[in-house]
Ligand binder design. Structure first.
Ligand SMILES: C[S@@+](CC[C@H](N)C(=O)[O-])C[C@H]1O[C@@H](n2cnc3c(N)ncnc32)[C@H](O)[C@@H]1O
Length: 485
């Protein structure tokens, strides 16, 4: 993990200072190939690590560039810092000011450097990816297939989403749950450290409260080992815990939307994060829990509404969709992410894990530019083995289901118009395809900047799209289930 975080730190530093990675290596440790070696799995001594950190610390970016203060886009599975947007960046109606032009243009490197053009910031990649591919729909379908295997017990069905992202998967799953468990109370806890993702998720909730009134929805910025129980582990974090309950009045989705939108100042104040100087991981400024339910159902929901100071986890369903960075060591993915989630399962509960698999046209695009590139380091079999090791004795309560490829691996596609690929492919389609391929491959920004100075990346993308008549990707899934006892 240290290496992953360090690479990200170096990428960010190079992006902000405009240094090429090779120059950085030469200056910091007198080795132009240092970053490449590190990326290829090379080891690093504590001394070299200190040299790199001290170079970054003692060579801050040139004056006049943007401040190096970050909010962190994603959960602690990997640091993906993006420039901080504080409450001051919001317009009077509480909407974020636009960060990219409405129509993406071909990114121009000169412009990138001189005006901090943000097309390749991770956040924009995520949003473009979510909206140009069917992945989150297909993931939600895969999660919905698990519903028939659940055995919920009164007073509610309990669901945990381990990294809610923009909320597309979770709200689709909640619709499927309403369809199957129409009259059962629903307790949903979600974890998300990115303020912008929290905002996007909450935006999708008013209709859920309208259609399924007996819902308690909880969102928190806590870590994997804390969030399922809604309890911070350190005493100092516990004393700074912010716990906010929103009891929605009224009965229409418009009523709910207004009250949820009014949370913006609360979110801006309480969903702050920064990057840990020691580990490079995202850390919350203070732990926060937001609990939302309908006031007219408060009496019925009373046994489900979580109380400050500790709740039971005992989830019937845990969703772990893309919860870690692909290149993180398998032990990190197992110990820090999946093992704590497995411990949070109730009797009969099921954890569905999903990550990118590779072996698809998306990977061919990457390999067209970086021959031999393969970010898909660990498959589900390796991961499950590592989770079992990490859980030690507790694993006797669990089944680890890797399934056959036919059941585990699924495909999703980039949305295209019927005639788009056979005729000449428009630039915006090529840009979307390239974006999706580099997003799925989790290619660092500094590497991207090196290759977008000419059109080779667009040519490579076009070639793959034309050869396959479209673009698609594979994800793989696995289930950890707890015995019913
Ligand atoms: C965005 S979230 C996942 C949130 C949510 N569970 C979802 O599936 O949208 C956490 C991390 O997953 C990565 N990610 C999301 N979708 C991915 C995909 N299809 N392939 C590879 N990485 C992905 C991003 O790098 C991000 O940092």
């Amino acid at each position: 993990m240290e290496v992953d975080a360090l690479l990200q730190e170096i990428s960010d530093y190079c992006r902000q200072t405009g240094l090429a990675e090779s120059t950085f290596g030469r200056l910091a440790v007198n080795d132009g190939k240092f970053v490449n070696r590190l990326r290829d799995g090379g080891r690093i001594t504590t001394g070299t690590l200190q040299q790199v950190r001290s170079f970054i610390a003692t060579h801050p970016e040139p004056r006049g560039r943007r401040s190096r203060s970050f909010i962190v886009d994603k959960a602690q599975s990997g640091a993906v810092p993006v420039p901080r947007i504080d409450a001051g960046s919001f317009s009077s109606v509480g909407r974020p000011l636009p960060l990219v032009p409405a129509t993406p243009e071909i990114p121009d490197v000169t412009e990138t450097k001189s005006r901090n053009f943000r097309f390749y910031d991770n956040r924009q990649k995520y949003l473009l990816f979510v909206n140009t591919c069917s992945e989150k729909w297909v993931v939600a379908q895969r999660v919905a297939m698990e519903l028939s295997n659940l055995h919920p017990r009164p007073p509610a069905i309990r669901v945990f989403d381990a990294g809610v992202g923009d909320g597309t998967v979770l709200t689709r799953v909640m619709r499927a749950m309403h369809n199957r468990f129409t009259h059962m109370p629903l307790y949903v806890v979600s974890k998300e450290i990115s303020l912008e993702d929290v905002r996007l998720t909450l935006d999708k909730l008013p209709d859920r409260f309208f259609e399924h009134p007996s819902t308690v929805f909880v969102i928190t910025n806590m870590y994997y080992k804390e969030a399922p129980w809604l309890v911070p582990q350190s005493v100092s974090a516990a004393t700074s815990l912010t716990w906010h309950e929103l009891s929605l009045s009224g009965s229409t989705s418009h009523d709910f939307e207004q009250q949820i939108t009014a949370l913006q100042p609360f979110l801006a104040e309480n969903w702050r994060a920064s990057m840990s100087k020691t580990s490079g991981n995202p850390v919350y400024e203070r732990p926060t829990v937001l609990v939302i339910y309908r006031d007219d159902h408060k009496f019925l929901l009373d046994p489900i509404i979580p109380r400050r100071g500790g709740t039971r986890a005992d989830y019937d369903l845990v969703i772990a969709s893309q919860p870690y960075r692909l290149r993180a060591p398998v032990e990190f993915k197992a110990e820090k992410v999946i093992a704590p989630l497995a411990r949070a399962l109730g009797p009969g509960g099921r954890l569905l894990g999903i990550h990118s698999h590779g072996g698809d046209p998306g990977l061919e695009i990457l390999q067209g530019i970086w021959p031999g590139e393969n970010p898909f380091k660990h498959d589900r079999h390796q991961l499950l083995k590592a989770v079992k090791r990490s859980l030690a004795g507790f694993s006797r309560h669990l089944n680890f289901n890797a399934y056959a490829d036919a059941r585990s691996i699924f495909r999703y596609d980039m949305h295209t118009l019927p005639s788009e690929i056979s005729e000449s492919i428009g630039t915006s389609t090529l840009l979307a395809a390239w974006n999706d391929a580099v997003y799925v491959g989790q290619i660092e920004d500094a590497r991207l900047e090196e290759v977008i100075s000419d059109r080779r990346y667009l040519d490579a993308t076009r070639e793959v799209l034309q050869r396959h008549g479209g673009l698609w990707f594979y994800d793989e899934s696995y289930v950890i289930s707890r015995h019913r006892e």
